[in-house]
Design a protein around this ligand. Structure first.
Ligand SMILES: [Zn+2]
Length: 434
């Protein structure tokens, strides 16, 4: 059994991995550097993507001041959909084409950063969005070359979009989440200001914290790169290239930080150390999953978040919603129980790094103990009890299984073959955990 370290590649599989390193500036107050950093990239006329709620934050004025001081002219696009769709990506693309910008800036959560990536792509290499979107929804056409410079500034401690080449949207006609995935989409720089985490509601920190946890654990337990069929040409490795020694570094440290700070960050908004460390854990896990790829919990989450539930989360705008990080968490324990036997030592190590008591345990207990520790953390931060906790019944399982079918990019990155029948069992197991 290989465990994703520098093991020999299996026949027909890859023997190398690519490190997609990100330029990251991290710390309190670094948003004030945006103007100078944009200027240093040669940006004179920027498209600035954000949303109206963020534009009203006190520190946002600092962003616009810093741009003005550096002589960077910025046109604001704030019509970003909370959950971007193909239509909202195309609208942002039209704004970008009309503006003739020489650079892109994004200040917001994953939706804002992903919309900015899509706009940059559609303006730099004009084509129908569908041609770039992952199969089976789109044609998965490779992005033909570099994009204009993009400086991404995340305002939540979750998605990691500032350091990845993914732009995720709902394909409205199919009611399915899909993505454009290319190293060309990865922002040129990330500016991570930990100060912005201090104003997030507890419910948002909880859901985004579980997203960070799943980015780290899924990347750590993904199919090892030595078991992924070699790409053709070999240099065209997918972003979801599988667990590898580089992604492992970020996963391990992110899990260690989650064990120390997740519960504190959710339960006490004045705990600046915990909220800042969660922002750093999110960055590390983002770098890791941008270089390895996530798998089944994220695939199931897109179905869970897709509709058919009755959940109104605290801390979010009013309305029915299962936040992305919450949806991933609801699937995770069931998946880790199932994948445990594929790499028992890795699952046991993850359970231990996340703060679980693994004394006296053997590798064979890895999946069970990892699932149990994830459940412990879910309970401690107020995540609902499985999919039944957000209103799904047993009769919804076939529709949920169907909702996962478009997520082939994620399913093939799982450590074992995932059939519709197995997904049915996983959704049944995910109905309640305590
Ligand atoms: Zn995620």
């Amino acid at each position: 059994m290989t465990c994703g370290h520098l093991a020999a590649a299996e026949a027909g599989c890859d023997s190398g991995f690519t490190v997609d390193a990100s330029r990251v500036t991290f710390g309190r107050g670094v948003l004030a550097e945006l103007g100078e950093r944009a200027r240093a990239r040669g940006i004179q006329r920027a498209a600035l993507f954000t949303d109206p709620r963020i534009a009203a934050q006190p520190w946002f004025a600092e962003v616009t001041r810093s741009l003005a001081a550096a002589g960077v002219d910025a046109a604001i696009f704030d019509a970003v959909a909370v959950e971007p769709t193909d239509a909202s990506f195309e609208e942002a693309g039209r704004f970008a084409v009309a503006g003739r910008f020489d650079g892109y800036l994004s200040v917001g959560g994953g939706s804002v950063m992903d919309t900015c990536k899509a706009a940059n792509l559609l303006a730099t290499h004009p084509a129908a969005l569908r041609s770039y979107v992952n199969a089976p929804v789109g044609d998965a056409r490779p992005v033909p070359g570099p994009l204009a410079p993009h400086i991404a500034c995340p305002t939540t401690s979750g998605t990691g979009s500032e350091v990845t080449g993914f732009a995720i949207c709902t394909w409205t006609a199919l009611h399915a989440k899909t993505a454009v995935a290319s190293p060309m989409l990865r922002p040129t720089e990330a500016l991570v200001d930990a100060r912005v985490a201090l104003t997030q509601p507890a419910g948002v920190v909880a859901a985004s914290g579980m997203d960070v946890l799943c980015h780290a654990v899924e990347s750590f337990t993904a199919r090892p790169f030595t078991r992924r069929p070699v790409a053709s040409p070999v240099s065209a490795r997918p972003l979801s290239q599988g667990a590898n020694p580089y992604s492992d570094v970020g996963c391990r440290e992110a899990m260690r930080l989650l064990a120390m700070y997740l519960v504190r960050a959710v339960n006490d908004g004045s705990d600046e150390e915990a909220r800042e460390q969660m922002m750093w854990a999110a960055t590390l896990a983002g770098i890791a999953f941008g270089n390895a790829g996530v798998h089944v919990p994220h695939a199931m989450a897109y179905a869970i978040g897709g509709g058919g539930h009755t959940h109104r989360p605290a801390g979010y705008p009013d309305g029915l919603l299962v936040p992305h990080g919450m949806a991933v968490a609801l699937a995770a324990p069931a998946v880790f129980r199932h994948t445990g036997p594929t790499a028992p030592a890795r699952h046991l190590e993850a359970a231990s790094l996340l703060g679980g008591d693994t004394r006296g345990a053997t590798d064979a207990d890895g999946g069970t103990l990892l699932a149990a520790q994830v459940v412990t953390l879910m309970r401690a931060i107020g995540i609902p009890n499985g999919t039944s906790g957000v209103g799904y019944g047993e009769a919804d399982i076939p529709a949920l299984v169907n909702g996962v079918t478009p997520q082939q990019r994620l399913l093939v990155n799982a450590p074992s073959t995932i059939t519709p029948e197995i997904l049915g069992h996983l959704f049944a197991d995910a109905r309640s955990y305590w």
